[in-house]
Design a protein around this ligand. Structure first.
Ligand code: OAD
Length: 249
């Protein structure tokens, strides 16, 4: 076994409370492209970022939905499966460790893998809500029409009819659970960051914050280098599922 794998296992073994932060690289081995690598969603076409903003949705909601559904391959959402990396994290809980998973991903794969404490910082692709009455709808309903609308009937017998807003956090929307993430760091003895370029705020402030917490060990598993690698005790430039398969023997 390589030295990095041995060091990794030692750090995991001595940790009781683990905060995990994941990004799109966690799910590439499940067949979902990331954003900023070659072939990534933004790398392929930077103008897509503009369309995935709150501003664009508010101005052009009818144009927003078909683009959104295509970019996130929404019809496929239910068919993606967790990979060895997701399953490894769920397994750590079964070993008696307290594991909190904070993910920038909207694919729901950590929950599907069995992790019990999952915080979706960028929301979820599974639901959308009416901006006026707040009625929430599931994936099946969202997929029925190209542009999903609220079908709630009011007291006067009229249908609300407003175009729904996705529960995915768009550029310009507030990230969720961020306070919980910082509180979790304070209570943890290990931070495990997996598959994120750490380019998007506020998540990119996490390594710096963690660096200032005495006794907190920090591991990064990411295929490419990041600007924050120097803040970690151990950096593994590997594909996460491949790496955990190796350590699981
Ligand atoms: P990025 O695409 O910016 O970064 C993904 C990182 O994962 C890259 O640095 C890759 O090297 C690495 N990577 C790819 N495959 C990997 C693998 N199998 N194992 C380990 N590492 C791998 O994705 P995020 O950092 O998640 O927001 O991007 C953050 C946010 O930017 C996303 O949540 C998205 C986007 O705008 C929304 O859509 C709301």
């Amino acid at each position: 076994m390589r030295r990095e794998a041995e060091t990794f296992l030692k750090l995991i073994e001595s940790a009781r409370r683990i905060t995990v932060l994941t990004g799109a690289g966690m799910s590439t081995e499940s067949g979902i492209p990331d954003f900023r690598s070659a072939g990534g969603i933004w790398t392929e076409d930077m103008s897509r970022m503009e369309a995935m903003s709150l501003d664009y949705y508010e101005r052009y909601p009818k144009l927003f939905w078909p683009k959104f559904k295509e970019l996130f391959q929404m019809k496929m959402t239910g068919s993606y499966q967790p990979n060895a990396g997701h399953l490894y994290l769920a397994d750590l809980e079964r070993q008696g460790k307290e594991v909190k998973v904070f993910t920038q991903n909207i694919d729901g794969l950590h929950v599907k893998a069995g992790s019990r404490h999952v915080y979706e910082l960028h929301g979820s692709i599974q639901t959308a809500a009416c901006p006026k009455c707040g009625t929430r709808y599931g994936l099946e309903y969202i997929l029925q029409d190209e542009v999903p609308r609220c079908s709630r009937v009011n007291e006067k017998g009229r249908e609300c009819g407003l175009i729904l807003k996705t529960d995915v956090v768009l550029f310009g929307d507030a990230v969720q659970h961020f306070d919980t993430l910082f509180a979790s760091l304070d209570q943890s003895d290990l931070l495990l960051v997996i598959g994120t370029s750490l380019e998007v705020a506020p998540v990119r402030f996490v390594p710096e914050e963690a660096h200032g917490i005495p006794g907190l060990k920090k591991i990064m598993i990411n295929l490419d280098e990041t600007d924050d690698d120097y803040l970690f005790d151990l950096v593994i430039h590997r594909k996460v599922a491949e790496f955990v398969k190796e350590i699981n023997g």
